[in-house]
Design a binder for this molecule. Sequence first.
Ligand SMILES: [Zn+2]
Length: 421
Amino acid sequence: MKATLIIENIDSLITIRGENKARAGLEQRENGLINNGIIAVKDDKIIYVGEGSLPDNIEVGENTIILNGEGKTVTPGLIDSHTHLVHGGSREHELSMKLKGKDYLEILAAGGGIHSTAKATSNASFDELYKKAEKSLNTMLSFGVTTVEAKSGYGIGDFDTELKQIEVANKLNQNKQVDIVSTFMGAHAVPEKYKNNSDLFVDKLINEMIPYIAEKKLAKFNDVFCEEGVFTVEQSRKILKAGKAHGLIPKVHADEIVSLGGAELAAEVECISAEHLIGASDQGIKAMAQKGVIAVLLPGTSFNLQKGTVARARKMIEENVPVAISTDYNPGSCPSENIQLMMTLASLSLKLVPEEVIVGVTINAAAALGLENQIGSLEVGKKADIAIFDVPNLDYMIYHFGINHTDKVIKNGQLVYEKNQ
Ligand SMILES: [Zn+2]
C-alpha cells in the first residue's frame, strides 16, 4: 500500500487508541502515547500508527508527503463540541457593565445580552453571517480544530433567523475543510412576546420548528437552555422529547447558573451530552454516569463570567462521567475560538491532568457528537484528521498557555494549515 502522507520521528504521538467510545473515570487518562512515533496516511484514511519506522507493506512513493515530527506533539484533530459559531455582532460594550458588577442574568433582564445578539443576527444577511463565521472557523482550524459543532439559537422565536444560522453552518460545512455538525437550539431564550406565556412558545417549538428541522434534515441535535428565567426542567423535557421523537439527538445546557436539576433531566431523557453543569448536583452527576451522558465542560465561559464557580470536573471523573472540553465560542459568555486556551483552563481551573484534557477534546468530544467511530483517535481506518503542535510533549502545550502551538493541521489526509515560519 502506498502512503500519501507520512509523519515520522514524532516526539509525542498521542493516539488516543482504544475503544471507539467516550472514556470515563481512570480511562480518561489513557491517551495512547507513543514516543518516536510514526503515522502513515493514504488519501483520507490512516493506514499505520506505530513506533520507529514503517513496516514493509507500506510504500513511500515520489509523491508521498513526508513531514518531520521531531520536537513535535501529534494528536487527533481537535474537536470543538459546543459552539455558537454563527451569529451577528459582538458585545464588547458589556465588558464595562460586567466590571461594574452586573451579571449575566441581570444583563439579560435589561434586554441586553443574548437579545442584542439576536437582533444583530436577524439584521445580518446570509453572506455577512457566512463571512463572520468563516473567519472564526479559520481561527479554530489554526488552533488545531478539524470538527466543530455549531448551534442555532439567535432567532429567539424568529424561525427565519434560526434557519439562516443553520444554513450558514451547513454551507460552511460543504465549502470549508473543517467539518461542522449542526444543532438546532430554538430553545435558547424565551422571546419577549411570550414572556408571560412561555408554554405557548414551547408549543410552537414542538409543533412547528422541530418537525420542520427534522424533516428537512437541517440538524443532527436538538438543544435547550434549561435555566432559571429561561426554560424550566418541565419545558426542557418536553422540547427534548419532541426532538427525540423526530430523530434529533438531545443535548442540554444544564445547571449552568442555577442548580435546577438539569443533569438529572439529561440522564432521564438520555441526552448524548449535557453542557456547562456548574451547579450539577451529586445525584445528577451519578444519574449522568449511569446513562453514559457526556459532560461537555466549558471552562472559558466560567473564566469569562468571573463568578468564582466552575464545574466539578474531578467529581464527575470520580463518578465515571466522561468529560469533554469545549470553547462554547459565542459573542457573550465566551468570545474566544482558542481551544488550546480552554485546555489550559480545564487543567488549571477544573483540575484535570493533561491526559484527561486531551481525551476531552478528542475521543470524548467526538462521542459527544456521535462521531467516535470516524474521528477522535489516530488508528488504522479512521479519518486522517491530525494536528501537529510545535511542542515536545502534551504537558508543555498546556503549561505554556495563551499562544497558538499549532504547526500544521491535516484534514481528510490533506495539509490544510501551516504556521507561517
Ligand atoms: Zn452554549
